[in-house]
Design a protein around this ligand. Structure first.
Ligand SMILES: C[S@@+](CC[C@H](N)C(=O)[O-])C[C@H]1O[C@@H](n2cnc3c(N)ncnc32)[C@H](O)[C@@H]1O
Length: 283
């Protein structure tokens, strides 16, 4: 590549994309250098291999593929997760869902948690990493074998906390052991209405449909989770659900009618209804 340096490659990519941060992230992946290592190598020459890798990523990005899939990874709370088209891209609002689940799980010692529809593993693996190693058990499940394969790859990257995690494939509660109860069941299920018109094309065209759509009103999976959780919760255990911004009233009433107490719908950082929580006192 002659004398082309990393600094020049980054500048060229910034110009092509009109986006300095995105260009930097793509250059970091192409060169396999992160943060300080990238800065330290700015005046080093780049190789053909790096340039070819970068060219192919830039072409994918310019064709509309979400940056996270092009990079093949994305950060979620303390995790650097592998992501690709098998899973939903973990969202910032879901970081708040994980935070609430962590706070509720800390009420129990020991604590058993299930993250249903784990996708990349974002919520369940955050719980495993952020809760005390001692006394924590986490199940991560998904109906998609493809998604679960990626969650397992991410599980392998969490170190010691991985010993506390079991990954299982299956349809919602069908993936859980029948003889165990959970103190917190958390899920970010599909909650987009099948015919939703306001969905961005970058989401509709690239992210897995099975991770997004849930019937005519988007509530099909939320209904199943609300109805099914009591049989798997310990007495006083909590259900934590991510919901659509227009689903707060419907999910609150579903939970109250099913017999949950302390039902609350909480907003995301933009002030939209986003998280429904409720406790099941037991029968
Ligand atoms: C909105 S995505 C959430 C992924 C991840 N938890 C996150 O927050 O980034 C929903 C996930 O639920 C899974 N899913 C859909 N239907 C399911 C079902 N019937 N049983 C279990 N998982 C299901 C999808 O495969 C997908 O991974």
């Amino acid at each position: 590549m002659g004398d082309l340096t990393l600094r020049a490659l980054w500048a060229q990519t910034t110009e092509v994309l009109s986006a300095r941060h995105e260009a930097r992230w793509l250059c970091e992946v192409a060169t396999a250098l992160d943060g300080a290592a990238f800065d330290a190598a700015l005046d080093e020459p780049v190789t053909d291999r790096m340039v070819n890798h970068l060219d192919s990523m830039v072409a994918r990005y310019r064709a509309g593929e979400p940056l996270q899939y092009v990079l093949g990874r994305w950060s979620f709370r303390r995790l650097d997760l592998a992501v690709d088209r098998r899973v939903l891209i973990p969202r910032p609002e879901t970081e708040l869902v994980a935070e609430i689940a962590i706070e509720l799980a800390m009420l129990f010692d020991p604590r058993r948690i299930a993250d249903l529809g784990t996708g990349s593993g974002a919520i369940g693996l955050s719980l495993a990493v952020e809760l005390p190693i001692e006394g924590t058990t986490v199940w991560i499940t998904d109906a998609s074998a493809d998604a679960l394969a990626l969650a397992r790859a991410n599980l392998a990257g969490v170190g010691r906390a991985a010993h506390n995690v079991t990954a299982a494939e299956g349809d919602w509660f069908g993936a859980l052991p029948t003889n165990e109860r959970f103190d917190v069941i958390v899920s970010n299920p599909p909650y987009v209405a099948d015919q939703a018109v306001e969905l961005a094309s970058s989401v509709r065209d690239w992210e897995p449909a099975d991770a997004l759509f849930a019937g005519p009103d988007g509530l099909d999976d939320l209904r199943r989770l609300v109805a099914g959780a009591p049989a798997h919760l310990s007495a006083g255990g909590w259900l934590v659900l991510e919901i659509g911004a227009d689903q707060g009233d419907a999910v609150r009433s579903l939970m109250e009618r099913t017999g949950y107490d302390r039902v609350e719908v909480r907003p995301d950082l933009a002030g939209h209804d986003r998280i429904a929580v409720g406790r099941f006192a037991g029968v």
